[in-house]
Design a protein around this ligand. Structure first.
Ligand code: 4NP
Length: 158
């Protein structure tokens, strides 16, 4: 079983959306995986996702209301096989904590699933209008769809 971690800033908008979307898609595909998300800012630790993130997820049939924000820990390198960050800031933060090449090889930008090597960021919707959350949802939904396709072909017996 593969363990996948999503990382953003506050762990209340982008990474919990990615967590919820991928879990939903993998459940539907019958692909076993452990999925989690975390952030780098402590402001919202213990909080549920932002109401706008919960609302956009709900509109698309994904429930993320039970998730709670937590911080990234260096131990996450031991627990997770793949670590997807939302933008360059998170990439730098995670890479700074990587202890060796094995840790570093687990880390990539989420949108590199769709456009390998382009290192494009998922916009931070926190300060934006509701429409930004819909755009973020669509980007993450497409990237998670591709990730699901890749995992389907690499998971034996499903
Ligand atoms: P996220 O959005 O990283 O997608 O969860 C943010 C949420 C909160 C803050 C920044 C970004 N904040 O600074 O509180």
């Amino acid at each position: 079983m593969i363990n996948i971690l999503f990382v953003c800033t506050g762990n209340i908008c982008r990474s919990p959306l990615a967590e919820g979307i991928l879990r939903h898609q993998l459940d539907e595909a019958g692909i076993p995986a452990f999925i989690d998300s975390c952030g780098f800012e402590a402001f919202h630790v213990g909080d549920p996702p932002d109401y706008r993130a919960r609302a956009v997820a709900e509109r698309h049939g994904v429930n993320i209301s039970g998730l709670r924000a937590r911080l990234f820990s260096v131990m996450d390198f031991d627990w997770f096989d793949r670590i997807f960050v939302m933008d360059e800031g998170h990439y730098r933060n995670v890479m700074k904590l990587a202890r060796n090449e094995a840790d570093r090889s687990k880390v990539d930008y989420m949108l590199n699933v769709l456009t390998p090597g382009k290192n494009m960021g998922v916009m931070d919707p926190w300060y934006h209008h509701e429409a930004a959350f819909e755009k973020v949802f669509q980007q993450l939904d497409m990237a998670c769809g591709e990730l699901t396709r890749q995992l389907r072909t690499s998971t034996p017996g499903i």
